[in-house]
Unconditional design. Sequence first.
Length: 314
Amino acid sequence: MATLIAYNQSSPVQDAEALRQAFKGWGADNKAIIAILGHRNVHQRQEIRKAYEEIYQEDLIKRLESEISGDFERAVYRWMLEAAERDAVLVNVAIRNGNRDYHVVAEIACVLSAEELFAVRRAYHNRYKRSMEEDVAANTTGQLRQLLVGLVSAFRYEGNEINAKLAQTEANILHEAVREKKDNFEEVIRILTTRSKTQLVATFNRYRDEHGISISKKLLDHASDDFHKVLHTAIRCINDHKKYYEKVLRNALKKFGTDEDGVSRVVVTRAEKDLKDIKELYYKRNSVHLEDAVSKDTSGDYKKFILTLLGKQD
């Protein structure tokens, strides 16, 4: 379930005018910006952006970029984008300028449905005038390239059918590859980039039943290079993306110096989807409410904005 508490008390024109007022004077009225944008769903936000441009002949997102800064600005910027364009931006940022955040690419490719991922590829093409597959390939090599290009270009079958015999066979293939630490993971890449998520979960379950350990935990023994880290991320996201996101938040908030980008990525992308479920998992795992952890480890307008998206009432 979503955590966003969306209000419908104002028209897009009224919201656009209120935001314009918030930009006047010395420094923006960040409280007003949060009060408006932090309580509007994706459709409402796009209508506000459209109204703002029609009234003031100015892109609202560009104006926001000039009025606010830092982690607050990055979170608001991503919140204002439509989901497909936001994910396209996240992929581009993850692979450009040597960032090497390849796990973010795998995360997006493996959490989204086939249609959602297709929309991201289209948005990427429209925004950057290149294909996402092209940029991923240009910034990777070897088996990492094969895996990531395969993941971002996949269009998986979405049905619930399971082939139990195939699950057994492919669980054995995964086991052999991990156990023998083979340099050639071609068959593993084929399996992870072509099978439906339902079939893959059956294969992962068969692996656990046969060998007494989940394949994701087994891969931790070898997750020292980018390829194995991405492999680990892909399996975790396909197997249970909510548990994966809970761990992203846990790691981001327990770091020496909070990883605000990790917190923003999960909160902004999941606030209108299943962030309430992720919050509940966080509490079960850490005995601390996510809102309390965010309050403790973040500050200022960034903290207020993230807490608003988490559904915390003033």
